[in-house]
Design a protein around this ligand. Sequence first.
Ligand code: FAD
Length: 409
Amino acid sequence: MNLNKHYNAIVVGLGGMGSAALYHLAKRGSNALGIDQFEIPHALGSSHGLTRIIRLAYYEDLSYVPLLRRSYELWAELEREFGEQLFYQTGSIDMGPAEGEVFRGSLRSCLENDFAHEVLDSRRLSLRFPGYRMPAQTMAVFQPQGGLLLPELCISAHAQLARHHGAEIHSGERVLGWEILADDRVALRTDAGRYIAEKLVICGGAWAYKLVPQLARVAVPERQALIWLAPKQPAWFGLERFPVWNAQVEEGRYYGLPEFNPSGETPGMKLGRYHHRGETCDPDSVDRALYEADEALLRGFAERYFPDGAGETLDMAVCMFTNTPDEHFVLDVLPGAPQVSVAAGFSGHGFKMASVVGEIMADLAQRGETRHDIALHRLARFRHLYHRGHRGEVSCSIKDSFSELADHP
Ligand SMILES: Cc1cc2nc3c(=O)[nH]c(=O)nc-3n(C[C@H](O)[C@H](O)[C@H](O)COP(=O)(O)OP(=O)(O)OC[C@H]3O[C@@H](n4cnc5c(N)ncnc54)[C@H](O)[C@@H]3O)c2cc1C
């Protein structure tokens, strides 16, 4: 037990975001400790499942584009330093009705940022990429720089290189509470010890509200299911002919990726539905079983829109989103506790930006500010929801700070 061992910074949670934050802190020479309750990486949070979409055409909000550009740069730097391929370029397709937010927003993002792109109607989409069979009125934006990341390998790369740069890593250790000391440092209590740090960085994923109870209504975990299907026409669903995609259809919003896994397990076309069956959950008791209703919902979509990809079900998995009310992130220092920063609420689209989130969290921990534009992701927009929640299980000592939030930039 390391009673009262002292660090410049402690990062809680070493998933997608926390492993990146620890890497940036360690690389800048900070004496940093990273703690995760599970192994690194693991399949019990939000960052497993072999592949994640990354794309520049961003319909969600134009202010993501500078963060995306920096994410691409940082993933490439990480690949060089780690020596293994983490990103595979496939191009990305964003499609839906001509007036829908996915098509219109992606097109706007390409036009305003001068990104290479092509607009395809559904007939030209199928001629170019024969796996796609969308309704006649569908319009699609193809952006060639889109692709996929290997999330487990990205986390391993960040964690291993953080250690190489001097960070200490504790896996299988659960944080039980934290408090601000009279001298403004932070004390952290775990099931294995107590640590002191000048700065605390909380990257707890679906558990964020347990680490910061005030987030109970701001960062809400939700059960997701995903499926891998054996393509009937494998040649149409590989990296070269099947761009990663986002689709807005009458059944909802779906996403998917080509058949690909370099390690050989679980090949198959992968897809999921945003907010799957709308099941909010407690991350410690989320239902990890998979049901016929989960499979039917995803297969039904695939059979209608990707019929040549919808062969036998090869595998399924449960994962968690952590949703904010507006589906933008939470990247901020805590009001009333400037030595504590939090990255949370990635609302099902955060992994691609984990590399820049790591840089931002290292900035916030070291300087309380960042050169990146994170105005969209500040806590102040949720001042009416940020409160001392009733579901928190971790004791922490920050003030109930409505008034400070109101003044927060
Ligand atoms: C099915 C699915 C598909 C997705 N697809 C995409 C995609 O294609 N593209 C994209 O950009 N994003 C995608 N996302 C979203 C993206 O994966 C997440 O936004 C991202 O992985 C969140 O990372 P995180 O670090 O916040 O959470 P996690 O990676 O889950 O990390 C949180 C960590 O905190 C640890 N922790 C929590 N509490 C404690 C404690 N008390 N003590 C110690 N450790 C603790 C946990 O063990 C965990 O390791 C998808 C998400 C899901 C679920």
